[in-house]
Design a protein. Structure first.
Length: 134
């Protein structure tokens, strides 16, 4: 997108990327902000997804692996992990790859954060009928 792109165009582009990556979970997050901070929702869509997520240098699945690692490292981000675990599945990560990323994170983030991320993944996998993992 160039600098002449309007705010509405950036939002519309970001909304398409958001829906492709996060599906209804991402849209629900944005909608839940409408009555308290609609501008935050606008920025997440227009900048986060329209500008950053749509950059071609990383594939969507790679962006999700990075995002899952960062949310795990931050800790206390289980609602966001829920959305991004679903997004990871949506863009081609397997449940086993997601679990491997969380196992790997234990080395750098510690067991408590790796456990919290893994239990969030277990919840998402159960909701999507992906358990037990084989």
């Amino acid at each position: 997108m160039d600098e002449a792109t309007t705010r509405t165009q950036r939002y519309e582009h970001g909304r398409a990327v958001l829906e492709a990556v996060d599906g209804t979970a991402g849209v629900n997050v944005i909608e839940s902000l409408r009555d308290v901070s609609p501008e935050l929702g606008e920025q997440i869509v227009a900048w986060g997804f329209g500008e950053i997520y749509s950059r071609p240098e990383l594939e969507p699945r790679d962006r999700q692996l990075v995002t899952l690692g960062m949310l795990t490292a931050l800790g206390g981000c289980e609602p966001q992990l829920d959305v991004h675990i679903n997004a990871g599945l949506n863009v081609g990560l397997s449940p086993q790859q997601i679990i491997e990323a969380f196992l790997h994170s234990a080395v750098y983030c510690g067991f408590p954060r790796a456990l919290n991320a893994t239990f969030t993944a277990k919840k998402v996998f159960a909701e999507r009928g992906l358990l037990p993992l084989t």
